[in-house]
Write a protein that binds this ligand. Structure first.
Ligand SMILES: [Fe+2]
Length: 220
């Protein structure tokens, strides 16, 4: 398995495991919060300043994170370049294409957000070409304390034999790398693509600019 050096990381896998146990123990104590999906918490509907409920409420069990399975792995293909720059936006002045924003979280199979996870994206330009000499449309970032990432980029073009897609590597600190690809819903070429998997479809909203969302689930 491919492992990537984590500059400055102090995370230890044992800490991650113990943090998972910590969240399990903490769950019944979180009276003011409801667990809604994949570890995301929202405040209850009580107005600010309301007294706490007289008796502890029974919360529903934490839902499974998707089907409890990690995000499917796919080939990196021949166009991955290591050591991409760290950046949240791949858009450069004068770059052709339609801007879009991709957001989501990196989660464990127990739906615990994975902080400081590496997320490394690469994809083609608007004309379906990879930059194999430099780092155009290549970049990595680290998730925040809630496991969130945000990528500003352009909609990739297509090239012969493939439907529209992003390539990505996601990795919790000191854990194996997940290499996979993300797909766009509604693409005519999806069904003809030999690698396309519906589990890897992003949720896409075209209202007010293209916004896409995808949560990565790691065996972390
Ligand atoms: Fe590709």
């Amino acid at each position: 398995m491919d492992r990537r050096h984590w500059p400055g990381s102090k995370l230890d896998p044992r800490m991650i495991r113990s943090r998972r146990s910590f969240f399990r123990l903490l769950g019944p104590l979180m009276g003011g919060f409801g667990v809604v999906a994949c570890g995301q918490r929202v405040r209850s509907g009580l107005p600010q300043g309301s007294p706490p409920p007289a008796r502890a409420q029974t919360l529903p069990p934490t839902p499974a994170c998707g089907n409890g399975e990690p995000t499917p792995a796919q080939t990196a293909g021949p166009f991955f370049t290591p050591n991409s720059p760290q950046r949240n936006s791949l858009i450069e002045p004068g770059m052709a294409g339609s801007p879009m924003v991709l957001t989501g979280q990196v989660l464990s199979t127990n739906c615990v957000p994975v902080a400081n996870a590496l997320v490394d994206f690469w994809h083609t330009n608007d004309a379906g070409e990879y930059d194999n000499r430099g780092y155009s449309l290549r970049g990595h970032q680290y998730t925040d304390a809630e496991g969130r990432y945000r990528l500003e980029t352009i909609v990739p073009g297509i090239y012969p034999g493939r439907t529209r897609h992003f390539h990505v590597k996601a990795q919790a600190a000191n854990q194996p790398v997940l290499t996979t690809q993300l797909y766009f819903p509604g693409e005519a070429l999806n069904e003809q693509d030999f690698l396309f998997q519906p589990e890897l479809l992003m949720a896409v909203n075209n209202t007010g600019g293209k916004q896409a969302a995808f949560n990565f689930v790691l065996n972390a």
